[in-house]
Design a protein around this ligand. Structure first.
Ligand code: GDP
Ligand code: IMO
Ligand code: MG
Length: 412
């Protein structure tokens, strides 16, 4: 770990390389021990980052996964869209687990608020799309970002104002929302939730000045990516994408950090591939293999509980993600999920027309769960990792071998 840490600069980003759920949360939880500040830049409660510590499962949606470490300062950035009741619920859940966060949580005034009506619009729009539905998480993400882009949104700074102003805002929006989507804005209950949040969150409001202050004080910052590169609104498989910029550049924009500050970027990719929601998936497995991977990998959405579509690693996607984000190295996760596979197909090239060229890698048919040294991996598993390194031209520095915090190989 020391070698990996010394190779990282003062600001490091952990970014998903596929369609999300790669295990970013676990990587951040492990690295957070060695950082001063953990920052979330974009997205909202569509994220679900699961970590398991001493057998206890924690699911993070808005707070970064590094929050369990009591020494870290936690920052929610301007690119985020925040559902207030979910944030309060997460704060309470942490407290119930014995972790206090209010004294070290900092929320930028510029992040946008996700109201209940955004969630209802999300559901209404999905239903209107019919066969063209995106398969969103129904957390109001698209409608909240749409309000932001059309300059109709309300930002977290509103918490420092009066509840009467928010009521006025909701009253002004309600008729057009009803007309366009058939959604009734429940003004009383929205205001009630807002006032509840005001009581707790107002003292936590800050701005990018806080982040820059930490940087000036040489505090080490870890950026936790949410969603992933192939879900990026500009570079992902549009329209089956989320509504934010999920790349390293998007994270810097979302935080208000200059691009040149990012000296290290870790790409997180599963040893196979999953996707939840609709959209193209060139290396999607057949039904039998998909079921195997899903059951072994626990591939059900941590937010929506939806079964994730499962398939095989796709090298062109890794190259694409590495290019866009400027990855320095990989964290390949969940290699243990492949333990029972006889043969592991890998998509190595994609021809025009979307035809995938495959390479079949031999399986290792033995348990890798909990292995923490590269040399202890079976030869075939080592070869699998070396193959990824060769094909992508990037070193694999971290290899996940289980859900638990300690189940990670740090490779030199
Ligand atoms: P994220 O959204 O990228 O943080 O990933 P999720 O938490 O949504 O999904 C990853 C799932 O795989 C979670 O249930 C993790 O606990 C689990 N996980 C992470 N790394 C590993 C690993 O190396 N092996 C196994 N078996 N599970 C892992
Ligand atoms: P984490 O951070 C996996 C997917 C949804 C849907 C599309 C749009 O846990 O990796 P949205 O609700 O954002 O409008 O849905 O994006 N999606 C994710 N898939 N992991 C995520 O986050 C996701 N966040 C959004 O399934 O296909
Ligand atoms: Mg997830």
């Amino acid at each position: 770990m020391r070698e990996l840490l010394s190779s990282l600069g003062p600001v490091t980003a952990v970014i998903g390389a596929q369609w999300g759920d790669e295990g970013k949360g676990k990587a951040v939880d492990i690295l957070a021990e060695h950082f001063d500040v953990i920052a979330r830049a974009c997205g909202g409660a569509n994220a679900g980052h699961t970590i398991v510590v001493n057998g206890k499962k924690h699911v993070f949606r808005l707070l970064p996964s590094g929050s369990l470490h009591p020494h870290v300062q936690v920052y929610l950035g301007s690119g985020m869209v925040i559902h207030l009741p979910t944030l309060l619920e997460e704060i309470d859940l942490l407290r119930a687990a014995g972790v206090e966060i209010l004294d070290r949580l900092h929320i930028t005034r510029n992040a946008h608020i996700v109201f209940e009506f955004h969630k209802e619009i999300d559901i209404a729009m999905e239903s209107m799309r019919g066969a063209y539905a995106i398969g969103t998480t129904k957390r109001g993400i698209g409608p909240a970002y749409a309000d932001k882009a059309s300059r109709n949104g309300l930002r977290m700074e509103a918490l420092a104002g009066t509840a009467a102003d928010v009521r006025k805002y909701l009253e002004s929006r309600a008729p057009s929302i009803k007309q366009m989507y058939g959604v009734t804005v429940n003004i009383d209950s929205e205001c009630e939730a807002f006032e509840k949040a005001q009581k707790i969150l107002v003292p936590l409001l800050t701005g990018i000045e806080q982040l820059h202050l930490w940087i000036a004080k040489k505090q080490k910052i870890l950026i936790e990516g949410a969603q992933a590169t192939l879900l990026d609104i500009d570079h992902g498989s549009y329209p089956h994408v989320t509504s934010s910029q999920t790349t390293a550049a998007g994270a810097l924009q979302g935080l208000g950090l200059p691009p040149k500050i990012l000296k290290s970027c870790i790409g997180v990719a599963k040893a196979y591939c999953t996707r939840v929601g609709g959209g193209p998936f060139p290396t999607e497995a057949d039904e039998a293999a998909s079921v195997r991977l899903r059951e072994r990998g626990g591939e059900y959405g941590s937010v929506t509980k939806r079964p994730r579509r499962c398939g095989w690693l796709h090298i062109p996607d890794l190259l694409f993600s590495a290019q866009i984000n400027g990855f320095d190295c990989w964290n390949i996760t969940k290699i243990d999920v492949l333990d029972t596979e006889e043969v592991i197909p890998v998509g190595v090239e994609m021809e025009e027309g979307g035809k995938v060229t495959w390479k079949n890698m031999p399986g290792w048919k033995t348990s890798t769960v909990g292995i923490t040294a590269f040399e202890k991996l079976p030869k075939e598993a080592q070869d699998y990792i070396l193959f990824i390194e060769k094909k992508t031209g990037l070193p694999v520095k971290l290899i996940g071998t289980g859900q638990q915090r300690g189940e990670m190989i740090v490779k030199s």
